[in-house]
Design a protein around this ligand. Structure first.
Ligand code: HEM
Length: 464
């Protein structure tokens, strides 16, 4: 099978172990909720991987799981006005990101989206390639010092690298060492308990109902906002220059009133981008490196491609555009392990969705993880096969059958940025290090807003 522009992508199928195994039968709604607390991935029954949609009705609540790409298109694009992110998103993230871009609706959202979008134009993000390459240097340095074959926590290194990227590119303001540690730790803690909010909101209970970790979530939310306030203060002191997110937020004028953006909303957006902008990409890279360690043949081919394209020299914007195989590897990794594994919406009026009558207030769950492994959509869904993303293999695939960045107007604003960042970091790391799987390392994916390997990911690393 050939990729675009003559680069050969050999189909070498290799199957991943399905962990956790899905329940054989559909769980009752109360059991579904209980299982979700442990890990949503282990709550999705085998039937979800075979059916277009599954409706739960329980005590007057309706929750529908939607896997059919045509129905997903209805929700996210064609009839998007009938579905809202609220109050789900507020219940979930409100403590940390308030009314920032990820949460806002209507005109509030449009204004913020227009402000941020120009930072992410595909042509402009190419200018960030050197920043992506240099964010790998500290990890490569640590790996070299650790010695050949050292077992290292790859997930932590990817988090540090992607946070570094964010501050050096989009954000445009330096974060101190303490800030960075806090973002890494508080972010992970906040997400770890967030599943309780998902359960509360699914049961239509207010997010203020106490639950395990509720105080910790409130505290970490406040801590993240404190970091953002510090970053904003530095901007006000004139310590930030150039076209970046902070500069745009500080100089923005509300199109309706002409007023400057209130500080609270700036802070909402700084926390939004700090969280949405590094954690997802970090997980995508972690899972990619896991798969490349699991299937060394693909790792070799990826490395070979990078070395052929760069001739062993620098990786720049021209070289990145020629890495077709690595692009396919990164996409296939996000198919099997989508960093944002679930999207949720609520109906704002009664609707008929593919013949299913839904009341106002019904909960919509789009389990991207299940869609990406659905038996009606993918041949041999558990096979790691990057050739699925060769140009000709994508022809005729429904736009919502593969959607790591979501779809429709609320699609990820940083999608092209993340693709380029992921590919550049993978290329840099592969050209400088070899990755092996320690015996018995089979990570279990856990959904905590993002999809993480339970307990992190350890790989044996040898720098080249
Ligand atoms: C592999 C990396 C990434 C993945 C998988 C990802 C995934 C997603 C998804 C699925 C959504 C849609 C959520 C929904 O519809 O409910 C989203 C939205 C968003 N993402 Fe990303 N994202 C990634 C990287 C980034 C980066 C690098 C940034 C910024 C630097 C970013 C910022 C945002 C923002 C602000 C939104 C809200 C957009 C809006 O509602 O208008 N993301 N992301």
């Amino acid at each position: 099978m050939s990729g675009a522009k003559g680069v050969r992508i050999m189909a070498r199928n290799a199957t991943i172990e399905e962990r956790p195994a899905p329940p054989k039968r559909q769980l009752s709604f109360p059991r579904l909720m209980l299982r979700m607390i442990r890990n949503p991935v282990s709550s999705w029954g085998e039937n979800l991987y075979e059916e277009p949609a599954v409706l739960y009705r329980w005590l007057g609540l309706q929750t529908v799981f939607v896997m059919d790409p045509a129905l997903i298109q209805t929700i996210l694009l064609d009839d998007a006005a009938s579905y809202s992110k609220q109050p789900l998103n507020d219940d979930l993230f409100g403590l940390a990101i308030g009314g920032g871009l990820l949460n806002a609706e209507g005109e509030d959202w449009r204004w913020q989206r227009r402000l941020a979008a120009p930072l992410f134009r595909a042509e402009d993000v190419l200018g960030f390639v050197p920043a992506f390459v240099s964010a790998c240097a500290p990890a490569l340095e640590r790996w070299k010092e650790a010695g050949a074959g050292a077992s290292l926590r790859i997930d932590k290194d990817m988090t540090r690298a992607t946070l570094q990227v964010l501050q050096d590119t989009v954000l445009g303001a330096g974060l101190g060492e303490d800030d960075r540690r806090l973002i890494e730790e508080a972010g992970a803690t906040f997400l770890a308990y967030s599943i309780w909010k998902v359960v509360l909101t699914s049961l239509r209970l207010p997010p203020s109902v106490p639950h395990p970790g509720s105080r910790i979530m409130a505290r970490t939310g406040r801590q993240l906002r404190e970091v953002a306030k510090g970053v904003l203060a530095k901007t006000r002191d004139g310590k930030v220059q150039g076209d970046n997110l902070l500069g745009r937020l500080v100089t923005a004028r509300d199109p309706a009133t002409g007023n400057a953006m209130p500080d609270d909303l700036i802070v909402d957006n700084v926390v939004t981008f700090l969280m949405a902008g590094h954690e997802t990409t970090s997980q995508a890279l972690t899972w990619s490196l896991y798969l490349l360690a699991l299937f060394p043949e693909w790792q070799e081919r990826g490395r070979e491609e990078v070395l052929t394209v760069t001739g062993g020299g620098e990786i720049g914007r021209e070289e990145i555009a020629k890495l077709f195989l690595l692009d396919a590897v990164f996409q296939e990794a996000m198919r099997l392990y989508p960093p944002a594994p679930v999207l949720m919406r609520r109906t704002i009026a009664p609707v008929s969705l593919g013949g299913i009558a839904l009341d106002k207030g019904a909960t919509i769950t789009i389990p991207i993880y299940v869609v990406h492994r659905h038996k009606l959509l993918w041949q041999d869904p558990l096979a790691f096969d990057p050739s699925r993303f060769a140009a000709e293999a994508k022809v005729g695939r429904h736009r919502c059958a593969y959607m790591p960045f979501g779809a429709g107007p609320r699609t990820c604003v940083g999608g092209s940025f993340a693709m380029l960042e992921g590919k550049t970091i993978l290329a840099t790391l592969l050209s400088r290090a070899r990755f092996e799987l320690p015996d018995g390392e089979t990570p279990t994916p856990v959904a905590r807003i993002t999809l993480r390997p339970k307990g992190g990911l350890t790989l044996k690393v040898t720098t080249l």
